[in-house]
Design a protein around this ligand. Structure first.
Ligand code: HEM
Length: 333
C-alpha cells in the first residue's frame, strides 16, 4: 500500500467514525441552523429561500378546483392585514375618540343651546312622515351597521377578553349576518333621503353668512338666517351621501368576493370601507349630539315632525318665511 492509499483509508475511516457518532436529530439541528431543509430530503434549498418563495406568493399545485388554494401565503394579504390592524385601526379609534371629546368639550363650554325666545306653544310641520321614515330607516340601520362593523374591527380587543371566546364568536357571527342584511335597509334609506333632501342641500345665499357667524351656535342670541337646512346640516347631508355611497359600493364588493374585482381590489375595498365608515361614524357622533342633548327643541323635528315656531325662527328663519309664503301668511298648520 502506498503512502497515498494509506492516507485515504485513514481519512475515510475518520469521517465514518465521526458520522456514526452523530445521531439524526443532531444532523437536523445542524441543518436548521445553517438554513437548510431538515434531512436534505428535497435537495439543498435553504429554508430562507423556501420562505422567500412562499412569502412572495409563489404558487404550488393543488388538486382542488380552486387554484387560489395553491397560494400558501399571499404576500399582499400580509401587507393588507398589517395596514388594517395597524394604522387604520389605531387612527380610526383616535378619530372617533376625538369626536366624542370635542362634543363633550363643546357641551362643557357652551352647554345646551336653548330656544332664546322660549317655547311659543305653536308648532310648524318640519318633516313629513315619509321624510321621518327615510331618516329613521337610514339612522337605525346605520347604528346597527356601525356597532356590528366596529365589533369586527375592534371586538377582539374590547369584548373578547370580557365575554370569552364562545360568546364572542356567537355574537360576532350574528353581527356579521346582521351587517350583511341591514346594509340593504341602509342603502334604501340613503337613496330615499337623498331624493327627498338633495334640492334643499344645495348651496344657497345664506351659507356664507351662516358660517361667518359660527352658525349662531357659539353665543346666545346670535341667529343667522338659514333655509330648510343650514350649512352645518349640509355638511352632514353630503357627508352621509358621499360616505354612504363609499361604504355601500365597497361593501357590495366585499359581500360578493371576486365578482367585481380581483384580490387586490378586495383588499383596497376593505381598507376604504373601514376608513369611510369610521369617518362617517365620527361625523354622526356630532350629529346625534346636536340633534338630541346639544340643542333644545331639535329632536321633535324627527319624532313628531313638528317644531316649535320660535325654534324654527331662530334656526331656520328663511325656511319659515318660505313656508309662510306657501301657506298664505301663517307658518302654523
Ligand atoms: C339617534 C340617532 C339620531 C338622531 C336623534 C337624529 C336626529 C336628527 C334630527 C333631529 C334631525 C333634524 C334636524 C332639523 O330639524 O334641522 C336630523 C337630520 C338628519 N339626520 Fe339624523 N339623527 C340620528 C341619526 C342619524 C344617522 C345615523 C344618520 C345617517 C347615517 C342621520 C342623518 C341625518 C341627515 C342626513 C339629516 C339631514 C341633515 C341634518 O339635519 O343634519 N341621522 N337627525
Amino acid at each position: 500500500m502506498t503512502v497515498l492509499a494509506r492516507l485515504l483509508l485513514a481519512s475515510l475511516l475518520t469521517v465514518g467514525l465521526e458520522l456514526g457518532a452523530w445521531n439524526l436529530s443532531a444532523v437536523e439541528a445542524a441543518a436548521q441552523t445553517v438554513g437548510e431543509v431538515p434531512g436534505n430530503t428535497l435537495g439543498n434549498r435553504s429554508d430562507s429561500e423556501f420562505w422567500r418563495g412562499i412569502r412572495s406568493g409563489q404558487t404550488g399545485s393543488v388538486s382542488t378546483p380552486d387554484e387560489r388554494a395553491g397560494v400558501l401565503i399571499q404576500s399582499e394579504g400580509d401587507n393588507w392585514r398589517a395596514r388594517r390592524n395597524g394604522p387604520v385601526s389605531t387612527y380610526g379609534a383616535w378619530l372617533m375618540l376625538t369626536a366624542v371629546v370635542l362634543v363633550a368639550a363643546f357641551f362643557a363650554v357652551r352647554g345646551r343651546i336653548r330656544i332664546d325666545g322660549g317655547w311659543s306653544g305653536r308648532t310648524i310641520l318640519r318633516f313629513t312622515l315619509l321624510e321621518r321614515f327615510g331618516h329613521w330607516l337610514t339612522a337605525i340601520s346605520f347604528l346597527i351597521l356601525a356597532l356590528t362593523g366596529l365589533n369586527i374591527l375592534y371586538g377582539r380587543y374590547v369584548f373578547l377578553p370580557l365575554i370569552g371566546p364562545e360568546a364572542f364568536a356567537a355574537v360576532t357571527l350574528a353581527g356579521k349576518y346582521a351587517h350583511h342584511y341591514v346594509a340593504f335597509a341602509f342603502m334604501a334609506g340613503l337613496l330615499l333621503i337623498f331624493v327627498l333632501w338633495v334640492r334643499q342641500n344645495l348651496p344657497d345665499r345664506y351659507d356664507l353668512g351662516w358660517v361667518a357667524k359660527g352658525g349662531g351656535l357659539l353665543r346666545r342670541g346670535v341667529h343667522p338666517p338659514a333655509g330648510k337646512f343650514n350649512f352645518g346640516q349640509k355638511i352632514v347631508f353630503w357627508g352621509v351621501a358621499l360616505g354612504g355611497v363609499a361604504v355601500s359600493l365597497t361593501g357590495i364588493n366585499l359581500m360578493f368576493p371576486f365578482t367585481f374585482t380581483d384580490l387586490a381590489g378586495l383588499q383596497t375595498a376593505q381598507l376604504a370601507h373601514s376608513i369611510a365608515a369610521i369617518v362617517l361614524t365620527a361625523l354622526i357622533i356630532g350629529h346625534i349630539y346636536i340633534g338630541t342633548l346639544g340643542m333644545e327643541g331639535a329632536v321633535d323635528a324627527m319624532l313628531s315632525g313638528r317644531v316649535d315656531e320660535n325654534w324654527a325662527r331662530e334656526h331656520h328663519s328663511a325656511w319659515v318665511e318660505e313656508t309662510r309664503g306657501r301657506h298664505g301668511g301663517s307658518p302654523a298648520e
